[in-house]
Ligand binder design. Structure first.
Ligand code: SF4
Ligand code: SF4
Ligand code: FES
Length: 242
């Protein structure tokens, strides 16, 4: 799509009070807009009651994630010219989460999984202790650093069919976070976290095909993190740990 053309944007609209209905909007293209620019233009000019969510517009907050042409993406970092097909664009809310309204979903179940998997850091020293020196080149630090930049956007979870089919599965974002903490030598709960996610319905439910990694806009690799957790859980079992 180039400036001056008109694109048809189909938005799956609905909310907690009704089944979703696809609604078409015709939008003139100006400049090289992002998908979020188009949604904003639709709300401004055609549908003031359109529900959607964004904050930073620069790929920092993760709140603008939606299904774009069937694939989860940050809409503020997705150019229409790269994803539109034959003058059309299809938008829907992230799957697997309750729809608040139109394109805005309730992220609470996503973060509840994060918390249930043990995603909160617990220091192993008191606040008065001397600051720990953790060598940047150590394997544990490298593993923790590789996964730590997650901003909790939910894109990987939306791409994960296992998470969609198994409500009890923690999902790639929560497991990626657990891998960070299991490798964080300052954290006191590593073994307990590993035991909590290694049980039935947990990390061994992952089939390792990597849709999460393919979709992560931050370039993180939750699939690798989960593989690391699997190895750690097997080694812990061989050592006779719970
Ligand atoms: S791992 Fe990537 S896709 Fe998943 S929540 Fe974090 S930043 Fe988003
Ligand atoms: S690799 Fe595992 S967590 Fe990632 S999408 Fe596949 S099943 Fe889900
Ligand atoms: S609005 Fe913040 S990442 Fe898109």
């Amino acid at each position: 799509m180039t400036a001056g053309e008109v694109i048809t944007v189909t938005i799956r609209r609905g909310g907690e009070h009704g089944a979703p209905v696809p609604v078409d909007f015709r939008v003139p293209i100006t400049g090289d807009p992002t998908v979020l620019d188009l949604v904003t233009a639709i709300q401004r000019d055609q549908a003031p009651d359109l529900g959607y969510r964004f904050s930073c517009r620069v790929g920092m907050c993760g709140s603008c994630a939606m299904l774009v042409q069937g694939r989860p993406r940050w809409t503020c970092r997705t150019r229409v010219s790269l994803v539109a097909r034959r003058g059309r664009l299809d938008l829907a809310p992230l799957p697997g989460l309750p729809v608040v309204k139109d394109l805005a979903v309730d992220m609470a179940p996503f973060f509840e999984k994060w918390a249930a998997a043990g995603g909160g850091f617990r220091p192993c020293e008191s606040g008065d202790a001397v600051l720990a020196l953790v060598a940047p080149e150590s394997p544990a630090r490298r593993n923790a650093d590789a996964a730590i930049e997650c901003i909790g956007c939910g894109v990987c979870a939306a791409a994960c069919r296992v998470a969609g089919a198994e409500p009890g599965y923690p999902g790639p974002a929560a497991l990626n976070r657990v891998w960070t903490l299991v490798n964080d030598v300052r954290d006191a709960d590593g073994p307990r976290r590993l035991a909590e996610v290694a049980g039935p319905g947990g990390l061994f439910t992952c089939h390792s095909q990597g849709a999460c990694t393919a979709c992560c806009p931050k370039g993180l690799d939750p699939s690798r993190s989960i593989a690391g957790l699997k190895r750690a859980a097997v080694l812990a079992a061989l050592r006779g740990e719970p």
